[in-house]
Structure formats: C-alpha cells, structure tokens
Design a protein around this ligand. Structure first.
Ligand code: AMP
Length: 174
C-alpha cells in the first residue's frame, strides 16, 4: 500500500475509562503495529519540521516512539525529556500542575545550548500541561521551540491556548 493511501484514523483505538473512569484513552499501538501506517505518520510529521531545526525533543514515553523515528528520518539528533529520576547526568527540572497535584519533567542540562532550535514531539495534546512544561524546559536552557508536533490533538480541551507563541501541528483532531 502506498503511504498516501493510509487513513491514520483507522489505526487509533478508543479505550473507554482507561486509565480511570471518564477518560477516553487514544491507543496508538495499532498504528505502531502497522508498518505502512507508522511510516506514513512519521513522514507526515516530518513535513512540519523547519529546515533550521537542530534537534527533535521527545516527551516520555510515547513521544519517544514518534520522536526517535522522526529524528532518524530527518537525520536530526534526538533529546529525551523524561519523568523524574530517569536521566543519569545533571538535569534541569520543571514542576507543573496536573488536574490533581503536581508532576515533574527533566532534561539533561548539557543537552541544549543558547540559540539552538528544536521541535517537540508527543503522541497527543490534551490540556497542554505536558507540552507547556517541555517548552519551558527547552527555553530555560536558552534554546527555542520552533514547533510542537502531535499525532493527535484533543481540540475540545483547548490545550493549544496554553502554548500561545509556539506553532502547533497535529495529524488527527478529535
Ligand atoms: P496534557 O498534559 O493534558 O496535554 O496530556 C498529554 C499527555 O498525556 C501526553 O503525553 C499523552 O500521551 C497523555 N494523554 C492525555 N490524555 C490522553 C488520552 N485521552 N489518550 C492518550 N493519552 C493521553
């Protein structure tokens, strides 16, 4: 099958009430399991990467799957943003608010330097808290986020409003 014949929406599975009641989880594992669909997805995401981008920044954990594939396709390097305690070297951390409580993300302090441009990748944009924290981490290291890319955007949650000055792109909106 040629890449442009793939309808990515056919490869996203809804899992109602996961991981808790009231959440409709968008499961991307059927997309990953289909070579044509995964390839088409990564090729489509690559179209949104500005030519002067230095790195792909992937958000743990599903952002690693798409981000690393995208980095390989484009020849760019990959930088992970991880949950607390996972990165071995000196980290820069940010705390951000969840609906109930706080969460924390970390990046290696020496991963980026002033003036570098990155594209942030995750599987899904919901309320925007995770992406906003990642943008702040990158900017606090002196680098710039040229764009944020998501396979899926849950538009009804208005997450992009929190990412005001950053260009946002998705492949599928719900
Ligand atoms: P948020 O910070 O609210 O934008 O949430 C985004 C993060 O949570 C992403 O890393 C997603 O993988 C995950 N996430 C949030 N809501 C969902 C959902 N309905 N289905 C799958 N993943 C989700």
């Amino acid at each position: 099958m040629s890449a442009n014949a793939v309808n990515l929406r056919d490869f996203i599975r809804d899992i109602p009430d996961y991981p808790k009641p009231g959440i409709n989880f968008k499961d991307i594992t059927p997309l990953l399991a289909d070579g044509d669909a995964f390839g088409a997805c990564v090729s489509e995401l690559a179209c949104y990467i500005p030519s002067d981008t230095n790195f792909i920044v992937g958000i743990e954990s599903r952002g690693f799957l798409f981000g690393a594939a995208l980095a390989q396709l484009t020849g760019l390097g990959f930088i992970p943003v991880r949950k607390p305690g996972k990165l071995p070297a000196d980290v820069h951390a940010i705390e951000y608010e969840l609906e109930y409580g706080m969460d924390r993300l970390e990046i290696h302090r020496d991963a980026l330097s002033k003036g570098q441009k990155v594209v942030v990748v995750d599987d899904l944009l919901a309320t925007g808290g995770t992406a906003k924290a990642t943008i702040d981490l990158v900017e606090q290291l002196g680098a710039e986020v040229a764009a944020c890319l998501f396979v899926i955007e849950l538009s009804f949650l208005n997450g992009r409003e929190r990412l005001n000055h950053t260009p946002i792109h998705h492949l599928l909106a719900y």
